[in-house]
Design a binder for this molecule. Structure first.
Ligand SMILES: Cc1cn([C@H]2C[C@H](O)[C@@H](COP(=O)(O)OP(=O)(O)OP(=O)(O)O)O2)c(=O)[nH]c1=O
Length: 189
């Protein structure tokens, strides 16, 4: 069986991949996530997903290596992970009562083959009171997440509706990834 590597430190991505394949390894390489140019969100997530995959794939040419990246887009701003409580509060105030788009890029590298794509999902938030935002920040959940919320946790209470792929919001569009791997010759069964 071909070696499958998830080049990600995200526990959410690991759990989602486990839903379809138990037999994979996690190998992470430090990647500088700063992007110099101003790029549209889909280019940002594809560029970073590809960078994360390449950083590991160069050491494992026979494996299928997966990289991913997620951002929240509230035009004209790209929201990544908040640096502190003030930034988290600012993001949640901005997201309140509006629809934003979550972009997740995925990249699979196998030898000289590379398939990089993205999935976008619209997420609409309820109007949030200041008290509700303060309380949500107290849960600690916002800090390692793009846009300062996690739909899979307490953050579910902030979300009115989603249009698209739930798993891509959590960080890994598993159906698209599954199909990409199959197209590249990885055998799930
Ligand atoms: C919007 C949203 C994001 N997130 C997470 C997904 C990503 O893990 C994180 C965005 O940061 P990323 O930089 O995409 O990923 P990461 O640093 O966690 O992991 P790695 O680079 O090693 O792969 O935000 C949620 O868990 N739930 C959500 O609802």
């Amino acid at each position: 069986m071909a070696r499958l590597i998830l080049a990600s430190s995200s526990p959410r991505r690991r759990e989602i991949l486990k839903q379809v394949q138990h037999n994979f390894e996690i190998i992470i390489s430090d990647v500088d996530e700063t992007i110099e140019e101003i790029l549209p969100p889909e280019q940002v997530v594809m560029t970073l997903a590809s960078k994360k995959a390449h950083a590991v794939a160069k050491h494992y040419p026979d494996a299928y290596v997966i990289g991913a990246d997620t951002v929240v887009y509230l035009a004209p701003q790209i929201l990544g992970k908040p640096a502190n409580k003030v930034a988290a509060k600012q993001m949640l105030v901005n997201l309140s009562g509006k629809t934003h788009t979550v972009y997740t890029g995925i990249s699979v590298i196998h030898g000289s083959q590379e398939e990089t794509s993205f999935v976008k999902t619209d997420v609409t938030f309820w109007e949030l009171s200041e008290k509700e935002i303060e309380h949500y920040i107290q849960t600690g959940e916002p800090f390692d997440k793009a846009g300062s919320y996690g739909i899979q946790g307490y953050g579910a209470t902030l979300v009115k509706s989603i249009n698209g792929d739930y798993f891509s919001v959590v960080g890994l569009p598993i159906a698209k990834l599954y199909r990409t791997l199959q197209t590249m010759g990885y055998a799930f069964f």
